[in-house]
Design a protein around this ligand. Structure first.
Ligand code: 8YV
Length: 330
C-alpha cells in the first residue's frame, strides 16, 4: 500500500477529528496544545503535505519557502489574516477556511455582547459579587435601550447580516451599515438596512458592531478620530479581530466617557489585553469565544478536515480561499 500523505494538526482539536484524519493521513498532532514559534512550525511542517491550522499559526512566505512540499493549509476559522494568501497562491498552496458554519453562532454572541454592554451586565454582576448590593436605587446601573435603537454595522458580510437580522426582526432596531460594497436591494429590504458612509455610521449608531475582516486596510479602522465622531451614549462591540480597534484610543475614550461602553471579544496582541481596559468598569471583556459552542466548533473542525481530505485525495475542497490554485493543478 502506498504511504499516506503526512499532515500536521498544529493545535489540539477534537479527538474524533484527529481519528478521522488518521483514516487518510499519517497525522502528527499536538495534544499538548503547544503554540509553535515560527521556527517550530517550520520544523513540524517538514515532509507534510497538509496542515490543519488555527488563527495562532502564521503561514507566510518564509514558512512556505522552507516547506515546498506543502500543498494545502486548512484553517479552522473563517478569518484568515494569519495566512499570506498571495504567498500561498504564488507557492501553489491551497488555503481554505470555515465560513457559514459559524455565522449564526457568532451573530448570537455578537448580539449578546452588544446587549451585555448596553445593559451593563458585567459591571453590575461584579458589583453584586463584591457584596455591594445593599438596596435598590432609581439610577442603579441604568444603561441604554437596545430595542428600537439604531444598530450600526461596520462590515456587512454573512455575520454582519445575521446580527442585523436579529436587531431588525427581533428587537425592532433601525439598521444602518457601512461596507466595501452595498448589498443588493433584495438583501437590504427584509431588514430595512440603510447603506451609509462611515461618518454617518459613526455619528448615528446607538450601538456600533464591528464585523469586518482584518487586513492592512482595516487596521485601526476605529481609532481616536472615529471614536470622537460617536455619540457619548453609544456603545461599541468588536467580534471581528483585534487590530481593527486602536485599543489604547478606545481605553482613553472609555475612561473619559466619550463613548458609554464597549464589548470586546478580540484584542490587539491577544491573548494580551491592553492593561487599561482591564481596569475600566464600562467594558465587557471576553476571550475570543464568539464561535465557541460545542456544535459550531465541531462543525468548524469537520469542515477544516473536509477541506484537507478533499485537497489531498483528489476531491473538491468545499471552501477554498484561493481556488485558482486548484484550477492550476488540473
Ligand atoms: C476562531 C475566529 O475560534 O473563525 C474565526 O475567524 O475568529 C474564531 O471562530 C479562531 O480564529 C481560532 O481559529
Amino acid at each position: 500500500m502506498p504511504a499516506q500523505p503526512a499532515i500536521l494538526v498544529a493545535r489540539a482539536v477534537f479527538p474524533e477529528t484527529v481519528e478521522r484524519l488518521r483514516q487518510h493521513f499519517d497525522v502528527e498532532h499536538n495534544p499538548d496544545d503547544t503554540i509553535y514559534t515560527k521556527a517550530q512550525l517550520i520544523e513540524r511542517l517538514r515532509g507534510k503535505a497538509g496542515a490543519f491550522t488555527t488563527g495562532s499559526e502564521r503561514i507566510d512566505a518564509e514558512v512556505l519557502a522552507a516547506n515546498p512540499q506543502l500543498r494545502v493549509v486548512a484553517n479552522m476559522a473563517v478569518g484568515y489574516n494569519n495566512f499570506d494568501i498571495a504567498a500561498c497562491t504564488a507557492a501553489g498552496v491551497l488555503a481554505t477556511n470555515t465560513p457559514d458554519v459559524l455565522t449564526e453562532t457568532t451573530a448570537d454572541f455578537g448580539f449578546a455582547l452588544m446587549m451585555a454592554t448596553a445593559r451593563r451586565m458585567a459591571e453590575s454582576e461584579h458589583f453584586l459579587r463584591r457584596g455591594e448590593w445593599t438596596r435598590w436605587a432609581y439610577d442603579m446601573f441604568t444603561g441604554s435601550d437596545v430595542h428600537g435603537a439604531t444598530l450600526g454595522i461596520l462590515g456587512m458580510g454573512r455575520i454582519g447580516q445575521a446580527i442585523a437580522r436579529r436587531g431588525a426582526l427581533g428587537f425592532g432596531m433601525r439598521v444602518i451599515y457601512h461596507n466595501r460594497s452595498r448589498l443588493p436591494a433584495e438583501q437590504e429590504a427584509p431588514i430595512g438596512a440603510r447603506y451609509v458612509d462611515k461618518a454617518t455610521l459613526l455619528r448615528e449608531a446607538d450601538h456600533l458592531v464591528l464585523v469586518l475582516p482584518y487586513s492592512a486596510s482595516s487596521h485601526h479602522a476605529i481609532g481616536a478620530a472615529e471614536l470622537a465622531q460617536m455619540q457619548p451614549t453609544a456603545t461599541l462591540t468588536n467580534v471581528a479581530r483585534g487590530g481593527i480597534v486602536d485599543d489604547a484610543a478606545l481605553a482613553a475614550a472609555l475612561r473619559e466617557r466619550r463613548i458609554a461602553a464597549a464589548g470586546l471579544d478580540v484584542f490587539e496582541g491577544e491573548p494580551a489585553v491592553h492593561p487599561e481596559l482591564l481596569t475600566l468598569p464600562n467594558v465587557v471583556l471576553t476571550p475570543h469565544i464568539a464561535s465557541a459552542t460545542v456544535a459550531t466548533r465541531r462543525a468548524m473542525a469537520e469542515l477544516a478536515a473536509d477541506n484537507l481530505i478533499a485537497a489531498l485525495t483528489g476531491g473538491t475542497p468545499p471552501t477554498p480561499i484561493n481556488p485558482e490554485v486548484l484550477a492550476g493543478r488540473r
